[in-house]
Design a protein around this ligand. Structure first.
Ligand SMILES: Nc1ncnc2c1ncn2[C@@H]1O[C@H](COP(=O)(O)OP(=O)(O)O)[C@@H](O)[C@H]1O
Ligand SMILES: [Mg+2]
Length: 272
């Protein structure tokens, strides 16, 4: 049915940022061994929303993000981003992506790293935009530093600034703070919340941290494993801006308890 629709539809204001219809993804491991990484994934993400994909390791979070980004093709189902195929969004340079592995160029400075998307898009480097991004992620004064001279948290700030360089329609983050210590991670969670509020960019973030999802997201898509699928969704009705106080609030505690219960339930169990 979905195949009868043209993949490319003119952008309209009321269409969702992302629509996923019955996505399935299988990986062939040879000798007829097949892993079902995702099955029956249907979801809609609205413009300007911050959505967290939360679930245990192996539930297909990264695979789903890669499908949304066009880096991976679903085996079945349809993914539309801003009404177009994800590939279209990539070729239009309207997608920002940051992974846990920051992949900065080691020999390039902070400013040069942030400017990479301009080069890739063969556009003139907008120096004012680069400076603005340096300031946005709190790295003013470090423009000429090289990645080796920065802490892990600072490198992730550079990666986030770089992903925002071309003012993307969509920001995709795969555990961007996964390799950081808890204190730095928490600080960057607050930073990212501020950046998201300032830019209004639609954001999908993969995480396996309940606290991180609650501090950042409007809505949490809880995933389960074997096979990877959506278990349920939780609306995060915590007021913004979320602060250290939010972490200690009764509502935060209730939501965290609920999410932990859902995640527990989503783990495969020996008992029946
Ligand atoms: N390129 C691949 N080839 C084979 N199996 C893969 C590949 N990518 C992911 N998988 C499998 O798909 C499942 C989901 O993986 P992934 O999306 O990385 O999960 P998550 O990010 O939630 O930890 C896992 O069983 C993983 O081993
Ligand atoms: Mg992953």
């Amino acid at each position: 049915m979905t195949n009868s629709h043209p993949i490319q539809v003119a952008a309209t204001l009321d269409q969702p940022a992302i629509s996923l219809a019955n996505i399935g993804k299988e990986f062939n491991l040879g000798r007829r061994r097949v892993v079902t990484a995702l099955t029956g994934v249907t979801a809609t993400i609205e413009r300007g929303e911050f959505v967290a994909l939360l679930g245990p390791s192996g539930c297909g979070k990264s695979t789903l993000l890669r499908i949304i980004s066009g880096l991976e093709k679903p085996t079945s189902g349809t993914a539309l981003v801003e009404g177009s195929s994800p590939e279209q969004l990539i070729s239009d340079h309207r997608l920002g992506f940051a992974f846990q592995e920051h992949a900065l160029l080691p020999w390039a400075t902070v400013s040069e790293n942030i400017a990479i998307p301009f080069r890739l898009a063969r556009r003139p480097i907008d120096r004012a935009r680069v400076s603005e991004l340096v300031a946005l992620v709190g790295l003013a004064g470090f423009e000429s530093a090289r990645p080796k001279q920065l802490s892990g948290g600072m490198r992730q700030r550079v990666a986030i600034a770089r992903s925002l360089a071309l003012a993307p329609d969509l920001l995709l983050l795969d555990e961007p703070f996964g390799a950081l210590d808890e204190i730095t991670r928490r600080r960057l969670n607050f930073e990212l919340a501020r950046i998201w509020a300032e830019t209004g960019v639609t954001t999908v973030m993969v995480t396996h941290s309940v606290d991180e999802a609650l501090l950042l997201a409007d809505r949490i898509i809880v995933m389960a494993t074997n096979p990877g699928r959506i278990e349920t969704e939780v609306m995060v009705d915590l007021p913004r801006p979320r602060t250290a106080e939010t972490l200690g609030s009764a509502r935060f505690g209730e939501l965290a308890t609920e999410l932990i219960r859902l995640l527990d339930h989503s783990e495969p169990s020996d008992e029946s």
